[in-house]
Design a protein around this ligand. Sequence first.
Ligand SMILES: Nc1ncnc2c1ncn2[C@@H]1O[C@H](COP(=O)(O)OP(=O)(O)OP(=O)(O)O)[C@@H](O)[C@H]1O
Ligand SMILES: [Mg+2]
Length: 234
Amino acid sequence: MREETDVINIIDDTTPFSVKEAYRLLRANIQFLSPHDGCKVICVTSSVAHEGKSSVSYNLSSVIADGSSKVLLLDADLRASHLQLSLGSKGKEGLSDILAGLASSEDYKSLIKKDENHPNLDILVAGKVPPNPSELLSSERMVTLLDELKKEYDYIIIDGTPLCLVSDMLVLSPYIDGYVIVVRAEMTNKKILNKSVSMIKKINGKVLGFVLSRKKQKKSERYYYGEYGSSKYL
Ligand SMILES: Nc1ncnc2c1ncn2[C@@H]1O[C@H](COP(=O)(O)OP(=O)(O)OP(=O)(O)O)[C@@H](O)[C@H]1O
Ligand SMILES: [Mg+2]
């Protein structure tokens, strides 16, 4: 049971300048931290539920796409996707249907949708909730699909599940260039965050960095530039 609305937090015209800047900085950091050629596969995860993974995944994908790279946002939360709910795609076919071999079309590309606000951003939603998400994500079909997708995109951003609750994001590690871990201010516990980092390191995964979500800014920490104001949250 969620304590809040199921709608993810999407940046738009009303979003404060400093929040947009924080996302541009995140984009720059990711570009520097993953310098190899070809498609980069980045997984956005967190320790527990509701820390802001889907919001960060969508906003990060859109800011990278605005910078002219071709981006696929891959919704890999096969258990409880709030991304597809927020995008109005609840009940539609998606990743789970492709992986289970149950998609109505042979061509997986027909299930990938263009984001209406960002021309370079495509989205593949999670699809119907399957009984065996981990098995599907570690299947041969997933490997084949990722190989195909990597030919089409500069970045694949995976909206993941929480590390300390399910193993789904760890089974994907051989195909992930790096993990971004979302940490929710005043909620994420240090011990549990350390556990998440250890889990990734144990499987030789790379932690690219952390995103602190929902940090309330003190007045003294606010940054002003020209007429632009500041924000309540980073
Ligand atoms: N920076 C933010 N400011 C305000 N609200 C936020 C922010 N980031 C996320 N939220 C809100 O917090 C809730 C959880 O966010 P989100 O769905 O992105 O998290 P999640 O980690 O993907 O959750 P889940 O584990 O259920 O997939 C949503 O209601 C979202 O609108
Ligand atoms: Mg989510």
